[in-house]
Design a binder for this molecule. Structure first.
Ligand code: ZN
Length: 626
């Protein structure tokens, strides 16, 4: 990038990276705006204007002209299943951002054709039927038509999985397969599975079925993780707090990120949690881990932040809004109290998955009992995750116990299902973001990706600011929305506070980590409906350029090629960007018009009228093919 007016000079204090000619939102109240910034040894060295950074340009300095673009502190997703997501990323076909089922099925068909025998095509969340012009799920017969021989598994939220015939064969589900606990294998008249699996309400049937699919070898898992982290960098993410999750065992499933951290190959900072996997053995797991590791073990790239998001299975409520709220067991508190006591007594904080106020109130009663013994607020960081229906009274109790909150845009994806069950009044408060902030609670924002929501943080920021679902329904009214600056602070500063790193990251100030993103569009001034279309054109983590697009293409660190070569990611990438919208209604109409115009039925209709004698055209329409 040519830089007019700057004369390179050798200096001991020369910067490694300089960003100039920028509109920097620092997030730092002592200096909210700046035009330039210098990074040295991984940290911000200078924040100022172009004249201030000029003395720090040395012969080896990378000078980036932001061309007047908006720069923000690197984003931090406070609830991302990033470790598990990375281990599987290159095996997954992502429907994130895809705007029609038609396009989704075409991708599926194309991918099935290149997938070798024995491998699957899998779409594992990150999308909602409401984002499609057709506003519906694929049917098993459409999937059979698209992929006659390749097993295909499509997960929709925590509600449904749809399998084609080949996948049913691969997992061995037949008329004789017993009904799984908390789930349903939907059957036809003869008792044969149709291909639909329902969480009723537990998603275990969905995940245990997916767990039968082939996985990657160790070396490919590393490459897959590196590509996933780069995909996150593409949207300006530089940190995430991992929420662990089912089938994510410690230490086995953490070895890939641990090795990458040792080799200096992470491009995203990860603070992780530990999650007991086996019902009945939770206390043993926690006790064993307390002997093995300590919170804050690690460094600025990879560090342990505590236990959770599950502590004991019996206390976990499932957020399947298509089903009634699950009634938790009557006596989970006894085990739960033991787990929390064990953690707090050993200086371990935790995060806790809780969707409903009914669960949160029961958990709080346990914490209050322990508070009487001095264990709360004991100086350990703890927080509730999700909390869609948390009451104001419960938030007061969280504040009194020294807790924090972490919210995700699950309602972007499930808002319609939630509203059908609980009504618009409840949806307006789900979750009560403003009430959390008004109490002075730290409220981190995130996505809960990758299996319900997409990891694209701009979709989550759009939801925070507008209260809208992906389908365009307005759920949260203005009094329960936040302005753009607050939303961004929830995605930067608050995440840093949840890992005890508020003195080193989340804002751009001298001495803080050199993590930032130059944005494609100005987050603070684009029309609201364009927020989800923002991407980063240059992402810097610790002074390393880990993503570069547009004018900066080629400036980023190189990555090994995706392996296996038939990976859907090699072909389609991750999140599918679509052209900027216009009004949601207009976009919807355009997409429907396009889907209809291209449909086989419409072409036949035209042919019957002599309007489209284009018989040579080959097309595929799974909606109407036999
Ligand atoms: Zn959760």
């Amino acid at each position: 990038m040519p830089v007019g007016g700057l004369i390179p000079r050798a200096a001991d204090d020369a910067a490694d990276v300089i960003v100039r000619n920028a509109k920097i939102h620092t997030g730092d109240s002592s200096r909210p705006h700046a035009g330039a910034l210098a990074i040295r040894d991984g940290r911000v060295a200078v924040v100022g204007d172009d004249a201030d950074i000029a003395p720090f340009v040395g012969p080896a300095t990378t000078v980036v002209d932001a061309l007047g673009r908006r720069v923000v502190p690197g984003l931090n997703d406070a609830h991302l299943h990033v470790i598990r997501g990375g281990l599987n990323y290159v095996l997954e076909l992502r429907w994130d951002g895809v705007t029609s089922l038609r396009q989704g099925l075409a991708m599926l068909r194309e991918q099935a054709a290149r997938t070798p025998k024995g491998q699957w095509v899998r779409v594992v969340g990150g999308w909602s039927a409401e984002q499609f012009a057709e506003r519906r799920l694929p049917t098993p017969s459409e999937m059979n038509a698209a992929a006659p021989d390749t097993p295909v598994f499509v997960l929709h939220l925590y509600q449904t999985a749809i399998l084609n015939r080949a996948a049913l064969q691969a997992v061995g589900y037949t008329r004789d397969t017993p009904e799984p606990k908390g789930g349903q294998i939907v059957r036809g008249r003869g008792g044969e599975p149709t291909g639909m699996l329902l969480a009723a309400p537990s998603a275990l049937v969905l995940y245990s079925t997916l767990a039968k699919a082939p996985t990657l070898g160790d070396e490919d898992k590393k490459t897959s993780t590196r590509h996933f982290l780069r995909e996150l960098n593409r949207f300006g993410l530089t940190s995430a707090i991992d929420a662990a999750g089912g089938f994510q065992n410690f230490p086995d499933n953490y070895s890939v990120v641990t090795e990458l951290a040792q080799e200096g190959l992470l491009s995203l900072r990860i603070a992780y949690h530990l999650f007991p996997q086996t019902p009945g053995q939770e206390l043993d797991d926690l006790a064993r881990w307390i002997e093995m590791v300590r919170p804050e073990d690690g460094d600025e790239w990879l560090r342990l932040n505590g236990a959770g998001e599950n502590l004991i299975w019996a206390a976990a409520d499932f957020e399947n809004f298509a089903e009634p709220r699950p009634e938790l067991g009557r006596h989970y508190e006894a085990e739960f109290e033991k787990a929390v006591r064990l953690l707090m007594e050993h200086g371990w904080g935790f995060r806790l998955h809780a969707t409903y106020d009914e669960t949160i109130r029961r958990d709080l009663a346990v914490f209050e009992k322990l508070a009487a013994e001095g264990l709360f607020p004991g100086g350990n960081r703890w927080l509730f995750d999700h909390a869609e229906t948390v009451s104001r009274d419960s938030l007061d109790r969280v504040a009194a116990l020294g807790g924090a909150m972490s919210v995700q845009n699950r309602m972007s994806f499930q808002g319609e299902a939630f509203t059908r069950r609980y009504g618009l009044g409840a949806a307006a408060e789900a979750p009560p973001v403003r009430a959390m902030l008004e109490r002075g609670l730290t409220v981190g924002a995130g996505s809960d990706a990758t299996r319900v929501s997409t990891y694209n943080p701009w979709v989550a920021l759009h939801w925070l600011v507008t209260g809208r679902t992906l389908g365009g329904a307005v759920l949260r009214p203005p009094q329960n929305r936040v302005d753009r600056e607050t939303a961004l602070a929830m995605y930067t500063k608050a995440g840093a506070a949840l890992t005890g790193e508020e003195e080193v990251k989340g804002i751009l100030r001298p001495g803080f980590l050199g993590d930032l993103a130059i944005l494609s569009d100005d987050y603070f001034t684009v029309p609201e409906q364009d927020i989800p279309h923002i991407e980063s054109v240059l992402t810097v983590v610790g002074g390393r350029i880990v993503h570069a697009a547009a004018e900066y293409e080629g400036l980023d660190e190189e990555l090994p090629a995706i392996s296996p070569s038939w990976s859907p990611v090699a072909q389609f990438g991750g999140y599918r960007s679509s052209p900027r919208s216009g009004l949601p209604g207009v976009r919807q109409a355009e997409l429907l018009g396009q889907a209809i115009a291209e449909s086989e039925e419409h072409l036949l209709w035209r042919a019957r009228r002599g309007l489209a004698p284009d018989a040579s055209r080959t097309f595929f329409d799974p909606c109407f093919s036999p």
